[in-house]
Design a protein around this ligand. Structure first.
Ligand code: C5P
Length: 229
């Protein structure tokens, strides 16, 4: 089946504090978005929609052109919205042709292995959505202000990553429902599940972490640095 990947890159990067939108912050010689797109194109998608911050569409085009090489016709840049959910909706509206599976991926997960992208796409069925997720390693507490209210059994929990994959017709219907209800969901899997559809979990990977803080950027730089003798 034809697979499209929507790469949402319209966030502000406030928590990174790098003085530029996060997608265009350099990890090494290449930006967060460029690394994300290199991974995406290594996974051989049928189409790629990059959702850019208003005013940064041209910069996103440049990154897309460089990552796509001679497959430039597979990619398209659209303008994102004020929330991630609005940005994904803009990406969905820009799909073309007979795509059956839609993957939604955070540009901020710039070092996601292409094998993870392929594994998510392969696990999607016409009825079932798929997320990659890692076991939770920290001990979690439920808190109210400064008081610990309850312990949480972490064996029942998993930390969701992207790409998250869905059958296109059900995802489009779920987005229409979310728009009508006015509810903002934390991720696409929550929005999809709210429409009554099952979501399966497959293993995530450490390298698919989201670059959010300056420490995360350091970690990404470290992972890309050439081995020293
Ligand atoms: O802010 P956070 O890192 O959780 O955002 C996750 C992803 O969603 C990022 O890749 C970011 O660029 C994207 N995003 C977006 N439009 C927004 C907010 C976030 O495309 N309005």
């Amino acid at each position: 089946p034809q697979t499209a990947i929507i790469v949402v890159a319209a966030g502000s990067g406030t928590r990174l504090g790098a003085g530029a939108p996060k997608a265009f912050v350099g990890i090494d010689a290449h930006s967060v978005l460029r690394h994300a797109l290199d991974g995406v194109f290594a996974a051989a998608p049928a189409q790629v929609v990059v959702v850019a911050r208003p005013g940064f569409e041209g910069d996103a085009e440049t990154e897309l052109r460089e990552a796509a090489g001679d497959r430039r016709e597979l990619g398209r840049v659209v303008t994102g919205g004020a929330t991630r959910q609005q940005s994904v909706a803009a990406g969905l509206a820009a799909l073309w042709g007979d795509v059956e599976t839609v993957l939604v991926h955070d540009a901020a997960r710039a070092l996601t292995p292409p094998t993870q992208i392929d594994a998510v796409a392969a696990a999607v069925t016409p009825e079932v959505g798929v997320i990659p997720a890692l076991p939770v390693v920290d001990t979690l507490k439920k808190v109210a202000e400064q008081t610990v209210v309850a312990a949480v059994d972490r064996s029942e929990l998993a930390a969701a990553q992207t790409p998250q994959g869905f059958p296109r017709p059900l995802l489009e219907a779920a987005y229409a429902e979310a728009l009508a209800s006015g509810i903002e969901y934390t991720d696409d899997a929550a929005l999809f599940a709210a429409s009554g559809h099952p979501v399966r979990r497959i293993p995530g990977s450490e390298r698919a972490f989201k670059i959010t803080t300056p420490d995360d950027l350091e970690r990404a730089r470290h992972l890309l640095a050439p081995e020293r003798p």
